[in-house]
Design a protein. Structure first.
Length: 272
């Protein structure tokens, strides 16, 4: 297996039927190759198709054209080799943290002993800082703790690809930073190939190895890719003291501003 081509997204298209004309191509020709263990952030304005790309990689959204290849094999539908963490943790309220995580472990690792499945579940919950909250129900936990359960549920499957769809979007800034650190610690240890969808330039810079900036939709695609050269493991305090961080931030904001300007020009041309 070529580790430099661990996840290949080739000329990906998502089109929806249009009763008044040609199909609407929300995503049109998204093209990217991701290395094994690499963390990719995908950023762009609302409605540009970021989450659409992620759900197609997850196998939850049918592909109109193009292909997605993981480890050299084309994906067909969802599978335990790709784990997703959404903005809402979507926990079963009648089950404890342990039970919510164990359910997926039980199905994915049916071939191992019950003792091993228990160990996998407990390790995943401990990894996200919930060693003392394994038997709490969602109603007994804060939003941040519930999202930790969602993260534990994903990493317990030992996926080849971790897909994070704005996983911190509903959290306060302090909890958001805590969970960024939790995930980065896990990724540094387990080297899981990761795609994270975000609206936050600072989050994209801090967490990723490369940032994929998407153009406006419809017809969205990769507009620009920016390499992030900070070494891992990362210290937030050290990164924020560098000039490079603010240069990355300036480039990101400039790209987003240019996209916004282009959107406004499109609107004006339609009016005229």
């Amino acid at each position: 297996m070529n580790k430099d081509k661990h996840l290949v997204i080739s000329q990906l298209v998502k089109a929806y039927p249009n009763p008044f004309g040609p199909d609407v191509r929300v995503v049109d020709g998204f093209d990217m190759t991701i290395k094994q263990g690499e963390v990719i952030a995908v950023i762009g304005h609302s409605g540009c198709g970021k989450s659409t790309v992620l759900t197609m990689v997850a196998g939850l959204n049918p592909i109109s054209e193009g292909g997605i290849f993981l480890g050299g094999k084309e994906i067909e539908g969802p599978g335990p080799d790709r784990a997703v963490v959404f903005q809402a943790p979507c926990l079963l309220p009648w089950q404890t943290s342990y039970q919510n995580v164990y359910m997926g472990v039980n199905q994915t690792y049916a071939h191992v002993s019950k003792k091993e499945r228990k160990q996998i579940t407990e390790y995943a919950l401990s990894s996200v800082g919930l060693a003392d909250s394994m038997h709490k129900y969602p109603r007994e936990m804060s939003g941040g703790m519930q999202q930790r359960v969602g993260i534990a549920r994903a990493i317990a499957l030992k996926p080849k690809v971790l897909l994070l769809d704005e996983p911190f979007g509903r959290l306060d800034s302090l909890t958001r930073m805590e969970l960024q650190d939790v995930i980065l610690d896990i990724l540094d240890k387990q080297k899981i190939t990761t795609m994270i969808i975000t609206h936050d330039p600072d989050e994209a810079i801090f967490m990723s190895d490369r940032i994929c900036m998407m153009t406006n939709g419809p017809g969205a695609k990769v507009g620009e890719i920016m390499e992030i050269d900070f070494e891992r493991p990362r210290s937030r305090e050290e990164i924020l003291e560098t000039d490079q961080f603010y240069e990355y931030r300036r480039r990101l904001l400039q790209f987003l501003d240019d996209c916004e300007h282009e959107k406004e020009e499109r609107k004006k041309s339609k009016i005229v």
